[in-house]
Design a protein around this ligand. Structure first.
Ligand SMILES: Cc1ncc(COP(=O)(O)O)c(C=O)c1O
Length: 397
């Protein structure tokens, strides 16, 4: 038999799937994969259910339903002061992941260089490679995840087509500040490059921080592609409704990719997300406040057990250093160990580094997601506390 595509065939099953299966087998609480407990906001779900019975269930426009595109434009104006033409600058996609794929397939020409910052969300690199892009990886490492500005500048060249930027950033929970965004914007101007901005966690920022889309910086309105996701904004990860905002010159080739990949997205879900994006500010503030209190709960609980807990400015993930517990093995072993022995699953941070040698700096960290009911978080903390309070840790003293 002839071989299938070499780029995609080279990837194994993701560690997220491996850990989830292990969690299931051992009846572990799965704090590995990031999906919220619960069923999303009840009113948003009700709009989707009603539309299914009373609305039009045939192909919507490939650009998305006008109501949702208008809602995305209004949301951009309300939260970021962006003046967006819903007809030529907004497109609906089947989730943030499809938005990313369509953006990369639409913009990358084989041989173009693409700058990416590790740790990376897992779909970035395979898609860049499959699109023929040449990845230029820049690495941020725990515990401070500082942006290495010299390395970032060195990764840019006249061959750079775009940077893929994720803020707030999974898994390291970093939010790039105005100065860092300004530094990136200057590089984009200098090298005449674009930015594909994965902003799916735009409403999950803590301690009074506000999300700043790169697109709002001077000169970036024409260079940035902004991606949002109802999965994160409404805690409805199974819906896979995403949206792209970009200048017409960028959105047009992206739409060409989208029309051949998914073409459209279920209309009832689009109608419900349009309703959701128009919810009042209290909803968006409430979402961030609720997750912030879960972050605090997890931070305290994990610290009490003995983990070193890293700062978490946004998203719903928290990174921990497990060495203070006396576990001197690697992160993959640690995550397997707690899944099978303490019955709590996490994911190893090294899985987010795909650029070859990971060195020693990233192998001692586990990521927990905290978008779960308080009772579930407490049960997970209790299991970890009982385990580490009363057992011999492999590799420990
Ligand atoms: C950084 C990042 N981008 C994109 C996505 C995918 O978004 P969606 O579920 O809307 O496809 C995720 C989901 O975990 C993510 O963490």
């Amino acid at each position: 038999m002839k071989p299938a595509n070499a780029v995609l065939s080279s990837y194994g099953t993701t560690i997220f799937e491996v850990m989830s299966q292990l969690a299931q087998k051992h009846d572990a609480i799965n704090l590995g994969q990031g999906f919220p407990d619960g069923n999303g906001p009840e009113d948003v779900v009700r709009v989707a259910a009603e539309y299914l019975e009373t609305g039009v269930n045939q192909y919507p426009s490939m650009w998305g339903m006008p109501a949702l595109r208008q809602a995305v434009a209004a949301h951009n104006a309300r939260f970021y002061g962006l003046d967006v033409d819903w007809q030529s600058e907004v497109m609906v996609t089947s989730g943030g992941t499809e938005a990313l794929a369509s953006s990369l397939f639409g913009l990358i020409e084989p041989g173009d260089e693409v700058v990416l910052i590790e740790p990376l969300y897992d779909s970035y690199l395979p898609i860049v490679r499959r699109a023929g892009g040449v990845p230029r990886l820049v690495r941020m490492t725990p515990p401070d995840w500082a942006l290495p500005r010299d390395a970032l500048a060195a990764a840019f060249s006249p061959a750079t087509k775009l940077i893929l930027l994720n803020s707030p950033m999974n898994p390291c929970s970093r939010v790039f500040d105005a100065d860092e965004l300004g530094f990136i914007a200057a590089l984009l101007e200098e090298y005449d490059a674009y930015a594909v901005c994965d902003e799916v966690y735009e409403h999950l920022l803590f301690d009074g921080r506000r999300h700043v889309p790169l697109m709002t910086l001077p000169g970036m309105r024409e260079r940035a592609v902004r991606i949002g996701s109802a999965g994160k904004t409404f805690s409805l990860t199974g819906w896979k409704v995403g949206y792209i905002t970009a200048a017409p010159e960028l959105l047009s080739p992206i739409a060409k990719a989208h029309q051949f990949i998914t073409f459209t997205t279920p209309p009832n879900l689009q109608a419900a997300v349009a309703y959701g994006l128009a919810k009042d500010d209290l909803y968006f503030k409430g979402l961030a406040d609720e997750l912030q209190s879960k972050r605090d709960r997890m931070t305290k609980g994990l610290r009490d057990i003995g983990f070193a807990v890293l700062d978490c400015a946004g998203t719903y993930f928290i990174t921990t250093d497990f060495r203070p517990l006396g576990f001197n093995g690697e992160d993959v072993d640690f995550c397997r160990h707690i899944t099978t022995e303490a019955r709590v699953a996490a994911v190893p941070v090294s899985a987010f580094y795909q650029g070859g040698d990971q060195g020693d700096k990233v192998r001692h960290f586990a990521r927990f997601s905290f978008c779960k009911d308080d009772a579930t978080l407490d049960e997970a903390l209790g299991r970890l506390a009982r385990h580490f309070g009363g057992c011999q840790v492999p590799g420990g003293p």
